[in-house]
Ligand binder design. Structure first.
Ligand code: GLN
Length: 305
């Protein structure tokens, strides 16, 4: 399997390099707007500590919303099911930064992967302690899961979003007005911007994702029930209003970020990280989505058989 897979990934990388339609980088975060969209990397972590890669699999990128999977894992560890009093678990059918459903739903965000929902989970993590400590918990989770200490926050990206993240400022204030933010908006926002600015390579992210894929070689950090819950949310909500299309094309739980990363989970089989910074109209990696579709078809890993 690893040999065939390595050949497939090499061919896929070569094919993608020849393409012209890379999509657009996220331009509302100035530090991300400077990145060349024509880049691609993929890493597939398999049982038995094997890893197969192609392209720029060692290059670090801003994980952005992929971090929301891990902040949710930390919150589930801290307060468990109680989090669902503050945030829902339904697909939103709206853009990742939409404020519309927040008004309709009385300030309880539809799910923890849209921005409003992630602000609530981060708010929970920072309650009763300093932002530094909440961030240390997310970083520690990632480092233990990936078995790699070299996972850090890119301060320039955090600063960049702090200076221009007006929509998130609006969402945090709106949540506060509904009584669904425990901390001052600037405290929760600062923590959230730094969490999104964590940088990782595909290899590191694929290794961290092993705990969500439930690979036996992964450090035991999540109960099977929690992993199952997180996978369900990734399938339904991981690609925002593009989640249905992604499930239709790929058939695997996944979470995207505006840095162009995708964490893709084949439960019990593999944890895959893909990075290509050009985005499609939903704010999901254009070539990353394509590569995920090709990989799922090649391996037969779709959870729908
Ligand atoms: N930090 C980004 C934001 O809040 C994350 C969004 C994303 O990756 N979809 O806008």
């Amino acid at each position: 399997m690893p040999d065939t897979l390595a050949r497939f990934l090499r061919d896929l990388d070569a094919e993608i390099r020849d393409r012209q339609d890379w999509g657009q980088v996220a331009d509302y975060i100035p530090e991300l707007a400077r990145i060349d969209p024509a880049q691609f990397g993929i890493a597939v972590a398999l049982p038995g500590n094997r890893i197969v890669t192609a392209g720029q699999a060692e290059k670090r990128f801003s994980i952005q919303s992929v971090s929301k999977v891990f902040s949710l894992a930390c919150v589930l560890g801290r307060i468990g099911e109680q989090i669902w009093t503050r945030v829902g678990r339904e697909p939103s059918g709206r853009r990742f930064d939409s404020i519309l459903s927040l008004e309709e739903d009385g300030g309880r965000p539809r799910n923890p992967f849209i921005n409003a929902g992630a602000l609530v989970t981060t708010d929970e993590l920072v309650t009763g302690r300093a932002p530094k400590e909440a961030l240390a918990e997310i970083l520690a989770f990632l480092r233990i899961a990936a078995e790699d200490e070299e996972i850090h926050i890119d301060r320039a990206v955090a600063r960049s979003e702090t200076e221009t993240g007006y929509r998130n400022v609006a969402l945090a204030n709106y949540l506060k007005s509904f009584g669904n933010l425990r901390n001052a908006p600037e405290i929760t926002l600062g923590t959230y911007f730094h969490q999104c600015a964590i940088e990782m390579s595909c290899v590191q992210l694929a290794r961290a994702g092993r705990v969500i894929a439930g690979l036996s070689c992964a450090p035991q950090m999540l109960t099977p029930l929690k992993a199952r819950r997180i996978n369900a949310l990734m399938m339904m909500c991981g690609h925002y209003d593009g989640s249905g299309d992604f499930a239709f094309r790929v058939g695997l739980p996944a979470k995207s970020g505006v840095g162009g990363g995708i964490l893709l989970v084949a439960p019990g089989r593999a944890s895959v990280a893909i990075w290509s910074p050009g985005l499609n109209g939903y704010g999901n990696s254009q070539m990353g989505s394509y590569a995920a579709e090709r990989l799922a078809r090649e391996t037969g890993w779709s959870v729908f058989g």
